[in-house]
Each structure stands twice: as C-alpha cells, then as structure tokens.
Design a protein around this ligand. Structure first.
Ligand SMILES: [Zn+2]
Length: 74
C-alpha cells in the first residue's frame, strides 16, 4: 500500500491495547473514568477487533516519511 500523501510504501503494523477496546471519539468527548473498558457509544467508532482477555487490535499502516498512521476501522 502506498501513502496517499507522499506515495511511498507504507509499513504494515497494528495498534494494540491491553484490555481496553480501541476506539475513535468525537473531539469533544472524553472517556469517563467509570466507563467500561469495552463500551463503545453510538457516536464512537470501534477500531478493529476486541477480545475481553486480550483487548483491542487493529491493523495499521505507518508512513515513516510523513509520520502518519492509516487505519481501516472495519
Ligand atoms: Zn507519506
């Protein structure tokens, strides 16, 4: 896969958590300290897979040239 900004090859990797779901949030929303670690609200977007004992995991492509990470979230 090529970087859409600089057209160089992207490096495939992944982003993981230890126990929490990985999610995108609207800019004005903050995670409450009392929020369940697997909770994804309607306005949030879950990134990748979530397993209770392992956490969140999503494939991600890194451009070392542009310092950007590209994620397919479904
Ligand atoms: Zn790039």
């Amino acid at each position: 896969m090529k970087c859409p900004y600089c057209k160089q090859d992207l490096v495939k990797g992944h982003i993981q958590t230890r126990g929490e779901v990985l999610k995108w949030l609207p800019y004005d929303r903050q995670i409450s300290r009392f929020e369940l670690r697997w909770k994804v609200r309607d306005e949030d977007i879950r990134l990748g897979d979530y397993k209770f004992w392992h956490g969140g995991d999503v494939d991600a492509y890194c451009c070392p040239n542009c310092h950007k990470i590209i994620i397919d979230y479904k």
